[in-house]
Design a protein around this ligand. Structure first.
Ligand code: IVH
Length: 668
């Protein structure tokens, strides 16, 4: 194939490649073989390297630039991302409707009323049906380019589907973290001594701004779209949702948006949403009321940064007054100590609240919370009830400042705050409360998942002296349980049955259940993979552990120390002796497979699977994943927008597989 030397030839080549991209990605009817395509692509890259000043904005090579390594690129929005004016009362909604009728000189106006998602606004651009860019709102005019991070969201299509796909479509929506994921994330952060996210919105915003898309993908963000930036193709806002859905984009469920023609209808729908708000799996902070006919949006124009055509009707978070009776300490399984406000019980958002976490001593100092203070307690979109602020005017003489005790309230061991951590920990491995929490975790859903052995039952068993260690669980018998109230014959059989069944456990679940500090699910999986058996794992030194991908210094230290502790060694021995059988079935490996014994590095974003999935598939075939490219690397798997690893692989002459050839090779 002939080298290109003129700009005109180069531009023709860009066009040709875009055309073939379209055939390949959108129409799924490629006319070139991969090899032919790659040859053309190489010519393009060669020319661009020699003439960077000529690089065209639509060049397909943009997919392999690496803006994220230097932070986020700033990009302009096609049309500004505006804000919404807020309303809080029926009267304000009525005024909004009246203003619109007056401006448009109409007596009847239809509205689309939708959920106001409490997340992070994003704008995603599709060109010829392909996702080309995702931006945050930024200052409304210019946003941060977060394309790679957005691509980690599984429900976000990289290619639009259906007929009549517009040449360009900029869709607007909200990235959010489902409530359950938020709680899980915070639980992990608490265990790791990291500061907690105050609410799912902050967690989503923080996650979207991570520089490592791999980490973003672990956060399990979601996205929902509710609008388009240019409305020529659409006539009704209500229909926009349906049209976006037809294009394959995630939108709100149909019962979560409605066409309303009067204040009464708007209020009925809003009140209904407010009622079901608590049951939704994500946070909302109100509804958005939008003039349905999109042609009117332009006519109505803006005031400041807000369009006149839409308004938010915000639900007031349920806020009630309570009093801090005392501040107690809660201890987690890894020893983290958390202050908790013991409140005069109050009814808020459908539940009675008598406790609320205060997170850590810094949070208490920041809000100047004192024992005896009257406080506002809130439970709204946020899943966790919280003490919002002190009602300072009501502060009496008797209110007393709180200070983090220096000793563990359960075992009197001095508490320790490690450098760089906000968390304070009890360091006594024999602390009875820590033991209880470890036992609860061991038997719980994230651990051995022993049915019928929840927190309450475990507390009883521990108090009665039946269970003191993990292995004691397996020696519980009918007699022990009969002595405890609440246990009838049926529940005894249920509990003993599930204890027996839990003996047959996967190795990574078992590792996780042991409750080793800094060992979450991902780490447990990596350890399972490397060690294959618990006895081998117990022999790994800190250095061995550091060789495992994804295991850092803190984790390596903590794991090695765990298995070197004579008490824990005995515990492990006892567990195996009572018949706990952690198993790891390595998939049968085909030694003839191309990937067997080969070393791989992954870079860029793959469209049909995550990097983690790709790594799993390679490992299943007997390949080894490494973090960086070296002479020993056999293959670089390059997704879209690969990083510097790509250049390094080129310079070291490492074979590079794109997604398509990778998948083909996997299947072979
Ligand atoms: S329409 C003119 N619809 O609320 C702005 N926004 O407080 C047009 N939001 O920045 C936005 N759900 O991030 C619209 N169904 C919805 C929404 C929604 C959440 C967010 C959006 C916006 C913020 C304004």
């Amino acid at each position: 194939m002939k080298k290109i030397s003129s700009k005109k030839d180069y531009l023709d080549l860009v066009k040709t490649l875009c055309y073939h991209d379209e055939l390949y990605y959108t129409k799924a009817q490629p006319t070139l073989s991969d090899y032919e395509y790659d040859q053309l692509f190489q010519l393009l890259q060669e020319y661009e390297k020699a003439h960077p000043e000529d690089i065209h904005v639509h060049s397909p090579s943009h997919r392999i630039s690496d803006p994220l390594t230097k932070g986020f690129a700033k990009k302009p929005h096609q049309t500004p991302m505006l804000s919404l004016a807020n309303t809080y009362s029926e009267k304000e909604i009525q005024d909004f409707i009246d203003r619109i009728k007056k401006r448009l000189n109409k007596t009847k106006i239809t509205f689309s009323v939708e959920l106001k998602m409490d997340g992070v606004a994003v704008s995603v651009l599709y060109e010829k049906g392909k996702l080309v860019q995702a931006l945050t709102r930024g200052n409304g005019q210019i946003g941060d380019e977060i394309t790679n991070n957005m691509k980690t969201i599984r429900s976000l299509p990289l290619t639009l589907k259906g007929e009549n796909i517009p040449d360009q479509l900029e869709v607007r929506g909200e990235v959010y973290l489902p409530n359950t994921t938020f709680l899980q994330l915070n639980q992990e952060r608490e265990e790791n001594g990291q500061p907690l996210w105050a609410n799912p919105r902050n967690a989503a915003a923080g996650s979207l701004k991570l520089l490592d898309p791999g980490e973003v993908s672990r956060r399990k963000l979601s996205v929902v779209f509710y609008g388009v930036s240019t409305v020529e193709r659409f006539t009704s806002q209500y229909e926009v949702h349906l049209a976006l859905k037809r294009l394959g984009l995630p939108v709100a469920k149909e019962e979560h948006f409605a066409k309303c023609s009067s204040l009464e209808e708007i209020l009925t729908f809003s009140h209904h949403i407010e009622k079901i708000r608590e049951k939704l799996p994500f946070a909302i902070d109100g509804v958005v009321i939008k003039v349905d006919q999109l042609a009117y949006h332009d006519r109505l124009g803006f005031t400041g940064k807000c369009p006149r055509s839409c308004v938010a009707y915000k639900f007031a978070p349920d806020r009630v007054e309570s009093q801090i009776e005392s501040i107690t300490l809660q201890l987690g399984r890894t020893g983290v100590v958390t202050p908790v406000a013991e409140l005069t019980p109050v009814h808020v958002s459908g539940s009675t609240i008598s406790r609320a976490t205060l997170h850590n001593q810094e949070e208490i100092a920041r809000k100047d919370i004192r024992i005896g203070d009257f406080v506002w307690v809130e439970k709204g979109g946020d899943v966790i009830p919280k003490v919002v602020e002190v009602i300072v005017e009501k502060r009496g003489q008797g209110s007393t400042k709180w200070r983090m005790p220096t000793k563990c309230p359960f075992c009197s061991t001095p508490l320790l705050q490690e450098e760089g951590e906000v968390a304070v920990r009890c360091t006594n491995p024999d602390c009875p409360e820590m033991q209880l929490q470890r036992l609860i975790f061991y038997a719980g859903k994230q651990g051995m998942d022993i049915g019928f052995l929840g927190q309450k039952v475990m507390e009883k068993l521990v108090t009665a002296g039946v269970v003191r260690s993990f292995s004691d669980i397996y020696t519980i018998d009918e007699k022990d349980l009969k002595n405890l109230e609440q246990f009838k014959e049926k529940s005894i059989a249920n509990l003993l049955g599930s204890i027996e069944r839990s003996k047959n456990v996967s190795l990574h679940r078992f590792i996780l259940a042991l409750g080793i500090k800094y060992v979450g699910k991902e780490t447990a999986l990596a350890l399972e993979e490397k060690a294959g058996c618990i006895k081998t794992l117990a022999t790994f030194s800190e250095e061995d552990l550091l060789q495992i991908d994804g295991i850092g210094e803190k984790a390596a230290q903590s794991i090695a120390a765990f298995f070197q502790d004579p008490k824990l060694q005995k515990e492990l021995h006892d567990l195996l002796a009572v018949g706990v059988l952690p198993r790891y079935e390595k998939k049968m490996v085909d030694k003839d497979h191309l990937f067997y014994g080969k070393t791989f590095v992954l870079t860029g974003t793959l469209s049909s699977l995550t990097r983690n999935d790709a790594a799993d598939r390679i490992k299943e075939k007997g390949g080894v994943i490494k973090n960086s490219v070296s002479k020993k690397t056999d293959y670089l798997i390059a997704g879209k927008e690969p990083g510097s690893k790509y250049d390094k692989a080129v310079s070291l002459d490492v074979e590079i597989l794109d997604e398509k050839s990778f998948l083909e090779a996997l299947g072979s």
